[in-house]
Design a protein around this ligand. Structure first.
Ligand code: B12
Ligand code: SF4
Ligand code: SF4
Length: 345
């Protein structure tokens, strides 16, 4: 059955995936990093990570008798100029990953197409499970095992040709396949990502999510009280790209070709003054179908309030009128769980 492997790779590329590799689906030793990370409390309020801790120990909890994992990468466009090259302090920043359509909605249907195609080449007994982001699987660790890149000091999976601006998806399967080899770590003595992080969230290969602007803007439940962190969040409204933007492996030409991930005009570097006018309806209209829709209006307002504090744009009227609950998002607006990953068994 391993003779099918190169054909699966060709099919994955034909479906638009930029990277594809295969790995054995047995438990990954990185689980001990994950467990320690949870025990040390670095997950902040992302309780779903703690809740699903044990499930991450073994992919067979997602698909019994899984033998192999097919890992894919889909590149997304990175902005030029970079977020730190903005010359106006009155503009907010939305992370590159959220500029286009929701990557889950782009990748999952294609993974199902791939799984169905493989099923057509094999016995109907074979089982498949497709996932992007939301499943309890150590995605970066398995993608590393499948040869999609190495884990950089900023904790991102990096590929020598593709850099780190790509999403990961996977198919677990009961099929035996031919496996790829991991790539060597090419960070060397570089520490650009560690140095630029405004909140000192990074130590090599390790992130304290509680200090990360991506976490604070996208995932954190409740207000952000620490005045030092609030200040360091600058005018980032959703996510943060800094530790990727400075990485030497991301300075090459960005090879993203997926049109659905191209920026919606209003989402790239928006004027804070304009954003003050957005009510819930406008927010929902402009963000429909993008990853920003997950953030929800209340978190968005909390983030905008902080961005206004940190900008030269006067936010006084906005601050006193728009955040009756102090900008604290309701539980229902938080990210996980959302549409679950789907088993096609
Ligand atoms: C929780 C989460 C977050 C959290 C925590 C991130 C983190 N670094 O832990 C927050 C909200 C901060 C976040 C932010 C972002 N995220 Co996120 N996130 C996840 C999620 C759901 C789980 C990650 C996790 O388990 N973290 C806990 C830590 C311990 O695990 P880990 O970082 O994956 O590290 C693994 C390995 O590196 C290894 N390991 C860890 N430490 C060490 C040390 C050594 C020495 C070694 C050898 C190995 C090792 O073991 C770990 C367990 O597998 C994954 C999807 C998934 N199911 O995996 C997406 C995922 C990691 N996120 C992704 C993205 C795109 C982002 C952002 C870029 C979005 C943005 N622009 O704002 C930022 C990047 C910030 C950053 N520097 O990581 C992509 C990353 C793609 C890539 N090329 O790496 C993923 C894979 C989603 C996807 N399917 O595409 N994210
Ligand atoms: S995403 Fe931003 S805040 Fe988070 S680790 Fe990277 S540079 Fe630091
Ligand atoms: S900036 Fe340097 S240290 Fe950080 S991930 Fe990139 S190469 Fe590695």
């Amino acid at each position: 059955m391993s003779s099918l492997t190169p054909h699966i790779k060709t099919k994955a590329q034909a479906l638009g995936f930029d990277l594809v590799g295969m790995a054995a689906a047995f438990p990954h030793p990185d689980f001990s990093f994950f467990r320690q990370w949870i025990q040390d409390g670095h997950f902040g309020t992302m309780e779903y990570l703690k809740r699903t801790l044990e499930k991450r120990a073994n992919p067979q909890t997602l698909l019994p008798k899984a033998q192999s994992i097919i890992c894919v990468g889909l590149s997304y466009p990175a902005s030029s100029p970079r977020s730190f090259e903005r010359d106006e302090k009155n503009r907010g920043w939305i992370s590159n990953y959220a500029w286009g359509l929701d990557y889950h909605d782009i990748m999952k249907p294609r993974l199902h197409l791939l799984a169905n195609w493989i099923r057509g080449q094999t016995s109907s007994e074979e089982k498949f499970y497709c996932g992007v982001d939301t499943s309890p699987l150590l995605e970066r660790s398995y993608a590393t095992r499948a040869g999609l890149g190495w884990i950089g000091k900023n904790t991102m999976l990096l590929h020598p040709k593709r850099g780190s601006f790509f999403f990961i998806g996977f198919i677990l399967t009961t099929l035996p396949l031919t496996y790829d080899s991991p790539l060597p770590d090419r960070c060397g003595t570089c520490s650009a990502c560690l140095n630029i992080c405004p909140t000192q969230a990074l130590t090599p290969h390790h992130l304290d999510a509680k200090r990360c602007i991506a976490y604070l803007t996208l995932e954190h439940k409740g207000d952000i009280e620490d005045p030092d962190l609030r200040k360091k969040m600058g005018t980032y409204l959703a996510g943060c790209d800094l530790c990727q933007e400075v990485c030497p492996w991301n300075q090459k030409e960005n090879l993203a070709h997926e049109k659905n991930l191209a920026a919606r005009p209003l989402l790239s570097c928006p004027s804070l003054k304009d954003l003050k006018k957005w009510d819930k309806k406008i927010f929902e209209t402009y963000t429909a179908g993008t990853p920003l829709a997950w953030v929800g209006f209340k978190k968005w307002q909390r983030n905008l309030k902080i961005a206004l504090e940190n900008s030269q744009e006067s936010g006084d009227a906005f601050l006193s009128s728009c955040c009756p609950e102090g900008g604290v998002p309701s539980k229902a607006e938080n990210r996980h769980p959302r549409k679950g990953d789907i088993s096609t068994t």
